[in-house]
Ligand binder design. Sequence first.
Ligand code: GLC
Length: 432
Amino acid sequence: MSRYQEALQILKDNDRGEFSVPTHGLYPVQFNWDSAFAALGYRLFAPQRALREVELLLEGQWADGMVPHIVFRGEHDGYFPGPDVWSTGQPIPTSGITQPPVAGSVLRRLIETGVEVDQPRLATMVQRLADWHAWFSVARQCPDTGAIVIVHPWESGRDNLSDWDKAMAAVIPDTGLGEYKRRDLEHVDASQRPTKEEYDRYLTLVRFGRDCNWDQAHLGRNSPFRMLDPGMTAMLLRAERDLIWLQTRVGQDISATQARIRRLEDGWRALWNPSVKGFTSLNQITGEPGQAVSSASFLGPYAGMLDHLSETLDHFDRIAGRVKYMVPSFDPDAPGFDARRYWRGPVWYVVNNRIGLGLREIGELDRSERIRRDTAALSEATGFSEYYDPLTGDGLGGTRFTWSASVYLDWASEQAGAIASTAATAATPGQG
Ligand code: GLC
């Protein structure tokens, strides 16, 4: 079976009817940005299924506008931390935090590439996106800078990035957590997963949310962990620009979106870190900036922001000379880099995809091609892992991963011929 066929098969196998799981076993639930990326893959052989993936994700929206990072649908097989730990009291059980807002950008791509949807249905989805984006300005925007704050490392989607270490070390672990059984360690080697100490602190932050009844504005102002994140800021900024396109299409007013864009542009600029000469995270509580660039530092072009482009590209070239496969999640020259542990160094396709798109759009073709080729080469060598070692190319974490298959199909493989032949023999995805 070719890698292309294998990727299609993974998307079919991880399909649960109207939503996909990131992978069988390790993550048996619907994740926010995973679903958005899954839709990019489904688009190629089941366009209506792709649309439904995004629509269903948005149907998990809270009354306050937040679209949660996990929606517990169907059989979730004792996933930990499950609905009882989050205890959010939502009609559909969900987690109590959000995740990178890429759904709007993906929806635009679906519509632009010909996925059909009637106007009222699209208008409902667009309104939900607008409400979610507006929620960020109420619950997750730093009032001083305009950058987006995360209240839990999981919210960033880049869960255990070295950037979060110091701020997490300052979170006093809850001593009343009791015994708990992590399910991730049943599926993946412990050396590639967060440590027990990190996990205690993750759960302490969940407890903080539960104790304030998930009052999101309160969390945004008072969580003991509040980091300004270039990843979230850039992805929201891009999603807002794509929202304008969608709102125009359905005749909705764009003025509030435009105002939010201006504020987010200030926010992105505020993350410029002169000592690192890159866009980095910033601890909102202590005012301390990050010590090194991460993959999110390269998302400026994707967000439509070209400030400090030459310094940013200098970092890109330095790192490109250090690793075999771009883009490592954390600077390989910085302390805290670990080529194999989760977000502390490995390559993740979804971030590659967004960085690559942005660079291509501004005409940085050699650099965007380097990322695309490296991504394709990783899969051709080892298949569709959760993430990859940037030095050796080893596939790590979970296997048969939806978003890796999807990004490969949609972008990395760029096999126009294969897409055409797949469409001709299109089968509907199975009910996994
Ligand atoms: C991990 C990742 C997160 C992703 C989830 C499901 O928690 O850090 O970004 O959404 O797995 O794939």
